[in-house]
Design a protein around this ligand. Structure first.
Ligand code: OSB
Ligand code: MG
Length: 369
């Protein structure tokens, strides 16, 4: 594959409903798409950074600059025999995992087209159908949250995750557990607590939660290890894990018993595959996280979720939960059993709606070899 050009596009897509986490509310999701040309083939991917450096230190605009000034020049005109080689070209760039994933994952799309096999198969995925969960935004009242949970349980989703933050935690968790004593339920704090909240966090043990996701500081594995010693519920790390070494440290330190793998956060498929293989070997359940992706990032998440290390339902759900209209065809749908059937055609397995993307583009730049 000789990398001929990289096109960046920023789209403004309106979420059907605002999504609130402990770090803020998103109404409009700026979407950064990568269209990469190599040997006459086109690969697509999504840079999953948020509008500002609030989830991690990346943002859509920062990623644009990093790709223009540092990543594109390192890969344009280069010939790669496999998409996994992209990572070595980016070795001199520290951090900026989501930006790197944006380029690497588009190359995986191209490689699977060129080999004539589905992306999931190229990755080594074994599932033809993946298990789905949902991540629910913070709500203004436990009653409102309960309505949302009821809707998603009725739709078949196999795991419900609710966002929590101080003041919107115990009352919400218990309101759901009463009518739903047995569903797989987890909570995600996005770093809203500190070790001073130990008693409160320990009280979550009464609710048979599948996990507590990233309760403490986004960049702090050590404090999670301290916390895990004092509570029974498994901790899951999201924000803190950027690569295999981080996953190894977290597991060895006992900082978590479950890992959320996000393709963007870990720098792309090559790194995600290493982490899932490691988790599988260590009997640590892993699952595919989400970043409110449009269809392109969603299609990549579906392919990743077929890998054998992804043993728990992920945050990969139907397009219609987020968007009135998606940029792929068909849009992602979920069966009444709470699964997504994995496309079996070469590449992403979905048609990319180029004209629609062009229409929704608010900024565009092309880099050529
Ligand atoms: O922590 O998993 C998270 C969305 C934006 C930023 C961080 C997170 C999330 C989600 C949504 O939980 C997952 C999704 O439905 O895409
Ligand atoms: Mg999370």
């Amino acid at each position: 594959m000789r990398v001929e050009s990289i096109t960046l596009r920023k789209l403004r897509m309106r979420l059907k409903a605002p999504f609130e986490t402990s770090f803020g509310i998103t109404h409009d999701r700026p979407v950064l798409l990568v269209e990469l040309q190599a040997d006459g083939s086109t690969g697509w991917s999504e840079v999953t950074a948020t509008e500002g450096p609030f989830y991690n230190s990346e943002s859509i605009d920062i990623a644009w600059l990093v790709i223009r000034n540092f990543l594109a020049p390192r890969i344009l005109g280069k010939s790669l025999s496999a998409a996994s080689e992209a990572r070595s070209h980016f070795a001199g760039v520290r951090g900026h995992e989501m930006s790197r994933a944006g380029i690497e994952n588009a190359l995986w799309d191209i490689e699977s087209q060129q080999r004539g096999i589905p992306l999931s198969q190229l990755l080594g995925g074994t599932l033809k159908e993946i298990s789905c969960g949902v991540s629910l935004s913070l709500q203004d009242s436990p009653e409102r949250l309960l309505e949302k949970v009821s809707t998603e349980v009725a739709a078949g989703y196999q795991r419900i995750k609710i966002k929590i933050k101080p003041g919107r935690d115990l009352g919400y968790i218990s309101a759901i557990r009463k009518p739903f004593p047995d569903i797989r339920l987890s909570v995600d704090a996005n770093s809203a607590y500190t070790l001073d909240d130990l008693d409160l966090l320990r009280s979550f043990d009464d609710f048979k939660l599948l996990m507590i996701e990233q309760p403490l500081w986004w960049d702090d594995i050590y404090s999670h290890a301290k916390l895990q010693k004092h509570i029974k519920t498994p901790l899951c790390l999201d924000e803190s894990i950027h690569h295999l070494r981080g996953a190894q440290a977290a597991i060895d330190l006992g900082a978590c018993r479950i890992i959320n793998i996000k393709l963007g956060r870990v720098g792309g498929y090559t790194s995600a595959r290493e982490i899932q293989a490691y988790c599988l070997g260590r009997n640590i359940p892993a699952w595919c996280g989400g970043m409110l992706e449009c269809g392109i990032g969603r299609a990549h998440n579906i392919a990743a979720s077929t890998l054998p290390g992804y043993t728990l339902p992920g945050d990969v759900s139907a397009s219609k939960r987020y968007w009135i209209e998606d940029v792929i065809e068909p849009e992602v749908t979920v069966t009444p059993q709470g699964t997504i059937r994995v496309p079996q055609t070469p590449g992403l397995g979905y048609h990319v709606r180029h004209e629609l993307i062009e229409r929704w583009t608010v900024e565009k730049e092309i880099f050529r070899a």
